[in-house]
Structures are given as C-alpha cells and as structure tokens.
Write a protein that binds this ligand. Structure first.
Ligand SMILES: [Zn+2]
Length: 149
C-alpha cells in the first residue's frame, strides 16, 4: 500500500482533479477518508461564512472631524480677505490727511498747554493768556534750574 495522500492531493481529489491512484487510495484508506471528510467540512463552513455573513461596516468619522479641513480653509480665506481689505481697499478709500504745518502744531500745543496749566480751569481767563512754545520752554527751564525767569 502506498503512503497516505498529502493535503494538496486531498484538495485535488475534492475538486475532482485527483489522479486514478489518489482516488483509489482514498477509497481504500480509512485515515485519508477521515481527513477528506474534515477537509470537506471545513471548506463547507468557510463557504457558508463567506456566503451568509454581512460585510463589515466601514467606520464613519465623527462629523466635526470631517468638517475641520473645510473650517480651517474658510478661516484662512476669511483672514486673507480681511488683510486684503485692510491693506488695499481701506487705504485706497481713506483720504490721507494733509500734513500739518509747524504753525498749526504750535497753536494746538499752545492751546493744550494753556488748558493744562490754567489755574482757574478756563484758559481764556489765565493771568498771562496762552503761553507760546518759547514761554513754556522758559517756564520749564526756570522750574528745573530754580532761577527766576
Ligand atoms: Zn491513506
């Protein structure tokens, strides 16, 4: 009696591809018949599972994670638009004030200092009237040095 069939030979016999000698051995060997029955049972189980089991569900990502790339893109676009409006549109629309003349600056500073250093709170009722820039400078200088103006 020849040696028992390999697993490959049993699979060939099961698929009706076995040789005459393999089929003859399987018909006369109890051990190979038992292995062939187990092989057929396993193949039937695998076939049933593949045929009857539902496909696994694919995991769906949470909604907020799906929207995160879109939210980041929209935020970036909004920021770029804001910067563009600030740089290009706003500067083009807003008129640039003319530069002030030194006399105007001196007059404004004189009014401000008269208001700040007025004793009565009313700059027009000051003892000496609004101070000029030179007067203010002399006053500050005399205060710091202690000399009388
Ligand atoms: Zn055998």
């Amino acid at each position: 009696m020849s040696s028992c069939l390999s697993d490959d030979a049993l699979e060939r016999v099961h698929a009706d591809l076995g040789s005459i000698a393999e089929r003859a051995h399987l018909a006369g060997c109890a051990a190979c018949t038992g292995r062939s029955r187990r092989l057929r049972r396993d193949l039937d189980l695998i076939t049933a599972v593949l045929r009857d089991t539902r496909e696994p569900l694919t995991r769906v990502a949470p909604a907020r994670r799906r929207w995160m790339p879109a939210a980041i893109g929209l935020s970036t676009a909004a920021l770029a638009l804001l910067v563009w409006v600030e740089v290009a549109v706003w500067r083009a629309v807003t008129p640039v004030p003319p530069t002030m003349q030194p006399q105007e600056v001196a007059a404004i500073l004189s009014d401000v200092s008269a208001s700040l250093f007025s004793v009565t709170g009313d700059p027009a009722a000051g003892e000496e009237g609004p101070l000029s820039l030179e007067g203010m400078a002399r006053e500050v200088d005399s205060t710091l040095t202690g000399d009388e103006p």
